[in-house]
Structures are given as structure tokens and as C-alpha cells.
Design a protein around this ligand. Structure first.
Ligand code: GCO
Ligand code: MG
Length: 402
């Protein structure tokens, strides 16, 4: 069998997605997600110009060899654009391998390690009362884990909070919108919010919170301590992780578990945090960390150091990525949690899929391959619309991490 064609499909059913569809000379197809929020066209061009020509005529069964050819062949290793492009190829080839074998991909990865994939949903609101209502919406729907975000009094437009948290979409305008941030206001407000949610929902509900790279290590250490009584499952991205030594300082001061990695794209980005046991959950994803093959390598390393998976799963990762993530999640020994924000009906229609939510778990499709596809005709009806992620400034105008 040979790769006969590979199409790069950019579509915007409410938000932009980049998908690679590989077709073999025997008519078997595979799909891979290549969406990099706010930088979609860079990956689309990388795939179309530099990757598709290399794929044509190759044996689709040689997944690892193709991965190595794209990684080593670029010479310029790593980086989100390259690794998202490689991810799309890798994911599509696993899809093809599953279809050829007549097995769902998780069976090829070693088979089921659990009955379902525990997911966490997003609760967010402007006021505390509305937040409690939103957490109840999720627990009523069966979620066992909830990420809690809240507006900060005095600040306009806080990360994670929108009129409808189910469709939270920060990449709204063509040019970056600007938000305002104050760490002192945030640190004064958040512990009381988590205290209230914990008191209301009892000890069993797993609670998470995302600081979205906005603190310094010593601020994060203080927040971690303040949150200890409320027994979070994790505090996410407390500081920007370019300086990984920063986590040693946080770790030395708090037992609140830490989760990092949604912006990482290779095992090299995670190595120190994992091997020095500076984090508890590694949040790399199929699409941004080199596909199923490389993500498994990261999770295998993590398993040696008591670090569990917690893959990123916001709505800017397409249903193709989510479908692939579920096969990985089901088959690794050190699964932690999977983020889940349901896509809009428009997006679901463009990406028909067989995964399903029940009782707080997601279940992958039992069809051969990944159990997800792209409806190319429908996708063509939603042309690309430029959309940027926001900028964030302190109250005095200083540019801050968003
Ligand atoms: C999360 C993330 C997202 C990112 C978004 C950027 O934990 O889900 O922080 O909300 O901001 O995916 O594109
Ligand atoms: Mg996050």
C-alpha cells in the first residue's frame, strides 16, 4: 500500500481547524488534526509545501520511520509549527493502520487499561452564585472533575470566563483583543472562591484551576499554599514554563499538585519537570506534541516518575485530536484526566465521530481506526477567518502573559 494523496483542509465552522487527510492507493483514508490556535495558516503551509510532497508514494504502515523522516529531515527540530504538522501525519497514519487491521487504535496501542476516560469540564462565571450554578450544571451531567474559573472583581474580561463557558473562545477578533490583569486582585480573590465551591460540593468532586501562566514562582507558591485546604486535583500553568527551574521553588513550598504542558511540543520540553518530579500531571496533547507516537513517548517517560497524563482538550483542538487522545488515554497505565469542552454542533457536523460521553467518562469509538472523519464538502462551506488570541496588560499598561 502507498500514500496516493494528502489533502490539507482549513475550515472555520465557528472557529478555525486544520486537518490533514491521507488517502492510500487502495482507498483507505486517515485523518490528523494540525490546528495551532491563532497560527493555523503557518501549519497548513508547512504541511502543503514541505510535508505532503515527502509523503506521496510512502508506505503508510511505516509510522515511526515517517515520523523520524519528518523530524530529522527538517533539520530544524521541534517547535509548535513543525510538531503540529508531524502530529497530523502521525495521527492519520495510526488511523489508517487501525482501519487496515480492523481494530480501534487503542487496541494497537496495547488495549484497554480502564473502562472509560475520566474527563473534566469547565465551570466559569462572573459571580460566585452563577459559578456554583455552573458547577452544578456539570455535576448534574455526571462530571466527576470540574475546572473552576472566575472573574476577578475590578478586572474586565478574565481568562476562562465568558457569557457561555461551554463555548469559551478566546481567539475572537482578527487582531488581538486586549485584556487587563492584576495579580494582587487575583490572589486575594481565588482562594475564597475555591473554598466556597469545595464547601458546597463536598470532598469527592475533583476540582482544578488554571492560572494560565500569569504568576511568578513565589506568587504561585503562595497561591498553592492558600489552596491546600481545598484539595485541588491540580493547579495548572501557575508560571510560564520556559524557566523550568521555577517549579522547584513552587514545589518546595506547597503540596497543591501541579499540571503543566499544554504549550509544550516535545519530550525535551517536559524532561526536567518530569525527571525531577516537579509536576504531577503532564498536559501535552496529540496535536501539539508530535502525534500519538510522540505523546506516548512522553507519557512513558512520565510513568517512570509518578507523573500522570492530563491532556489539553480545549475546543481549539479539533474532534480529530479528541478522538485520538481517547485512544491514548484508554491504553496508558498512567492516565490522570482528560480535558473536555464539547464542540459546537456546527463543528461536530463537520467532524462526524463515534466517541461519546456517559457518566463522567468519554468512550472512544469501537470502529476500526480513530472513529472520526472530516466531511470535506461541509468543511468547504466554512472558509478560514483570521482570529488571534488576546494580549494581556497590567493595570499600568505593562504587557503580561496571557
Ligand atoms: C486550557 C487552555 C486553553 C488555552 C487555549 C489556547 O487549559 O484549556 O489553557 O483555554 O488557553 O487552548 O488556544
Ligand atoms: Mg490551560
Amino acid at each position: 500500500m502507498r500514500i496516493a494523496a494528502a489533502r490539507v483542509i482549513v475550515t472555520c465552522p465557528g472557529r478555525n481547524f486544520v486537518t490533514l487527510k491521507i488517502v492510500t492507493d487502495e482507498g483507505v483514508t486517515g485523518v490528523g488534526d494540525a490546528t495551532l490556535n491563532g497560527r493555523e495558516q503557518a501549519v497548513a503551509a508547512y504541511l502543503a509545501e514541505h510535508v505532503v510532497p515527502v509523503l506521496l508514494g510512502r508506505d503508510p504502515a511505516r509510522i515511526e520511520d515517517t515520523w523520524q523522516a519528518l523530524y530529522k529531515g527538517a533539520y530544524w527540530r521541534r517547535g509548535p509549527v513543525t510538531m503540529s504538522a508531524i502530529a497530523a501525519v502521525d495521527t492519520a497514519l495510526w488511523d489508517i493502520k487501525g482501519k487496515v487491521a480492523g481494530l480501534p487504535v487503542y487496541q494497537l496501542l496495547g488495549g484497554r487499561c480502564r473502562e472509560g476516560v475520566t474527563v473534566y469540564g469547565h465551570a466559569a462565571a462572573e459571580t460566585l452564585d452563577d459559578l456554583l450554578t455552573d458547577v452544578a450544571r456539570l455535576t448534574d451531567a455526571g462530571y466527576r472533575a470540574v475546572r473552576v474559573q472566575t472573574a476577578v472583581p475590578g478586572l474586565r474580561g478574565t481568562y476562562g470566563v465568558s457569557a457561555d463557558p461551554r463555548t469559551y473562545e478566546p481567539a475572537g477578533s482578527a487582531l488581538p483583543a486586549e485584556a487587563v490583569w492584576s495579580t494582587p486582585r487575583y490572589l486575594a480573590h481565588v482562594p475564597g472562591v475555591l473554598a466556597r465551591v469545595r464547601a458546597e460540593f463536598g470532598p469527592e468532586l475533583r476540582l482544578l484551576h488554571d492560572a494560565h501562566h500569569r504568576l511568578t514562582p513565589i506568587e504561585a507558591a503562595a497561591l498553592g499554599r492558600d489552596l491546600e485546604p481545598y484539595r485541588l486535583t491540580w493547579l495548572e500553568d501557575p508560571v510560564p514554563a520556559e524557566l523550568q527551574e521555577g517549579y522547584r521553588l513552587i514545589r518546595g513550598h506547597t503540596t497543591t499538585p501541579l499540571a503543566v504542558g499544554e504549550v509544550f511540543n516535545s519530550i525535551w520540553d517536559c524532561r526536567r519537570l518530569i525527571t525531577e518530579q516537579l509536576i504531577d500531571y503532564i498536559r501535552t496533547s496529540v496535536v501539539h506534541a508530535g502525534g500519538i507516537s510522540h505523546l506516548r513517548r512522553i507519557f512513558d517517560l512520565a510513568s517512570l516518575y509518578h507523573v500522570r497524563s492530563g491532556s489539553h482538550g480545549a475546543t481549539d483542538l479539533s474532534p480529530v485530536c479528541l478522538a485520538a487522545a481517547l485512544h491514548v488515554d484508554l491504553s496508558i497505565p498512567n492516565f490522570g484526566l482528560q480535558e473536555y469542552m464539547p464542540h459546537t454542533a456546527e463543528t461536530d457536523a463537520v467532524f462526524p465521530h463515534g466517541y461519546r460521553f456517559a457518566d463522567g467518562y468519554l468512550h472512544p469509538s469501537e470502529e476500526p481506526g480513530l472513529g472520526v472523519d472530516i466531511d470535506e464538502e461541509l468543511a468547504a462551506r466554512y472558509p478560514y477567518r483570521p482570529a488571534s488570541l488576546p494580549l494581556n496588560r497590567l493595570e499600568d499598561g505593562t504587557l503580561h502573559s496571557w
